[in-house]
Design a protein around this ligand. Structure first.
Ligand SMILES: Nc1ncnc2c1ncn2[C@@H]1O[C@H](COP(=O)(O)OP(=O)(O)O)[C@@H](O)[C@H]1O
Ligand SMILES: [Mg+2]
Length: 299
């Protein structure tokens, strides 16, 4: 298991991480979330010893992470960079060799991952000839080539087209199912919500919320009721009810935010008294709402 144990990191007077403790469950997709500057990249760099902690440590299976562990980790760093003049397949095979693969394995796995990430036809091109999105696919292949036990990916989805997003989502889910711990940061919260079992939200270097996404949603106590009343756009029926906020009212109906003690069925009955209810749905808040609430509150 990967553990961030009481990590503190300062850059001069800036406190990037402030006693951050976090356990990342093994064999899962884990989303490390937070606004710009929250400390996500710093936490990831600490796993790889790229910056030195002022306090605390990163542990793998109960022990401080050592060089030999990092050989079995895969990393997509914040600063992207391939050797510009080196051909893609050669470059990947080289990274594989660095992680201890045989020449033959390195070659075949390079081909495999280029295929999986949709850049197989660029194998013989130099990195500099590829678009940024394709370079990123190659770097993801580099993080995967040695079949790491832990994957740490700093905003792996940023800059990818929808086809690449799908390919990467599939690969990450598959790796997690194979027992790999996958930690990634992203601002694409709809995607995170679809992919991740668990998330942590950090803000100003501190943990503000963490857990299984479904539990966090339930625990928020928020529900949304969307109601479509035929030919009715007025929301007077829902206004002034204690614990009910009209969040949105448009052609797609009226969306109400319900406080924990509000009876959703009673609200639906109020709607039905106004006109014919042609559609309705009760849902938990999206992750993006939990994120906004978490980072709005003082850290
Ligand atoms: N090399 C650095 N020198 C000075 N400040 C830094 C450096 N790297 C990060 N920071 C600061 O540390 C904080 C956390 O940054 P970072 O870990 O990159 O956050 P995130 O990845 O969540 O956007 C920010 O305030 C950032 O400006
Ligand atoms: Mg970052």
């Amino acid at each position: 298991m990967l553990e961030f144990a009481g990590l503190t990191k300062r850059y001069g007077s800036v406190v990037a991480l402030d006693n951050l403790s976090l356990d990342v469950p093994p064999g899962r997709l884990f989303g490390l979330l937070g606004p710009n500057g929250a400390g996500k990249s710093t936490a990831m760099k600490l796993v790889f010893g790229l910056v030195r902690a002022d306090g605390g440590e990163v542990r793998w299976d109960g022990e401080p992470v050592a060089h030999r562990d990092r050989l079995r980790f895969g990393y997509l760093p914040e600063e992207r960079g391939l050797y510009p003049k080196m051909r893609i397949a050669d470059q990947l095979a080289y990274f594989g060799r660095l992680h201890g693969l045989s020449r033959a394995d390195a070659r075949s796995r390079a081909a495999h991952w280029l295929e999986r990430l949709g850049v197989a036809e660029r194998a013989k091109d130099r990195a500099e000839a590829l678009s940024l999105g394709n370079q990123q696919r190659v770097q993801l292949a580099a993080a995967l080539i040695h079949e790491p036990e832990l994957l740490v990916l700093d905003e792996p989805f940023s800059g990818l087209d929808p086809v690449a997003v799908d390919a990467l989502s599939e690969v990450l889910a598959e790796r997690a199912a194979a027992g790999v711990t996958v930690v990634f940061s992203s601002h694409q919260l709809d995607l995170v919500e679809d992919l991740c079992d668990s998330v942590a939200i950090i803000h100003r270097g501190q943990l503000v919320l963490s857990g299984v996404v479904r539990d966090l949603k339930r625990r928020s106590g928020q529900r949304r009721l969307n109601v479509v009343i035929e030919g009715e756009s007025d929301t007077a029926w829902a206004t002034g009810v204690p614990g009910v906020t009209v969040q949105e009212a448009n052609g797609a109906g009226t969306t109400l935010l319900l406080d924990p003690d509000v009876d959703a069925l009673a609200m639906l009955q109020r709607a039905a008294a106004v006109g014919r209810v042609v559609d309705f749905g009760l849902s938990l808040p999206p992750l993006s709402q939990l994120f906004r609430d978490a980072v709005r509150a003082p850290a």
